[in-house]
Design a protein. Structure first.
Length: 202
């Protein structure tokens, strides 16, 4: 049975440099969240075709200059923040064959749930900012990455231009009255559904 090595877009060293994670956190507690942040948040923003191209480029060391710059400036900072966001509830837990236990120390006190929620919200804000910046760059440079603008027809994960989610979703067909529906202003033109055919430039 063949085995495909896991492709990491950032190292645990890079993750520590970009977040408050200290050196005494074992690498094995960090790497799963790097992969999850890539496979979820990043893949959603890039679409599966472009995401697979970047993974292939990293594995085979054949990223072109534009892809290398894109990874360094837009992809890696985003992954670090999303990985930190995902791991925060689990970083002091140990899963064994007997129970899920909370690790502690005589020199520290675990954060309260309210404090953890506040911190995660702040980290998520930063991660979504990096994701928004990445998507805007992609839309402003349509000819630079063909796999983004011309994905495979059978993509399991189509790209999404939305980086932020507020927890409230109103379907287009259920709006009442003459209320315009603005899509997030990515790129140079942002369409407005319900604005009598007008578009809005930003």
């Amino acid at each position: 049975m063949s085995y495909t090595p896991v492709c990491y877009f950032i190292s645990t060293e890079y993750l520590r440099q970009q977040t408050p994670i200290e050196e005494n956190v074992d690498d094995t507690k960090l790497t799963p969240w790097i992969v999850q942040s890539q496979d979820t948040f990043l893949c959603e923003g890039l679409g599966e075709t472009f995401y697979d191209r970047l993974k292939d480029g990293v594995k085979n060391n054949n990223l072109n200059a534009d892809e290398q710059s894109f990874m360094r400036n837009f992809v890696q900072p985003q992954i670090a923040q999303f990985a930190f966001y995902l791991m925060m509830p689990f970083i002091n837990l140990k899963v064994t064959n007997k129970s899920i236990a909370k690790e502690g120390s005589e020199f520290s006190t675990p954060a309260e749930l309210s404090e953890l929620k506040f911190l995660r919200s702040a980290v998520l804000d930063m991660a979504e900012f990096y994701k928004r910046r990445m998507i805007k760059y992609l839309l402003d440079h349509p000819s630079m990455f063909p796999q983004y603008n011309n994905p495979n027809a059978l993509d399991n994960m189509p790209k999404s231009a939305q980086a932020y989610f507020t927890g409230i979703y109103i379907p287009y067909g259920e709006r009442r009255g003459n209320i315009p529906n603005y899509l997030e202003p990515y790129g140079t033109i942002s369409p407005c559904v319900g604005c009598n055919g007008r578009s809005n430039s930003y």
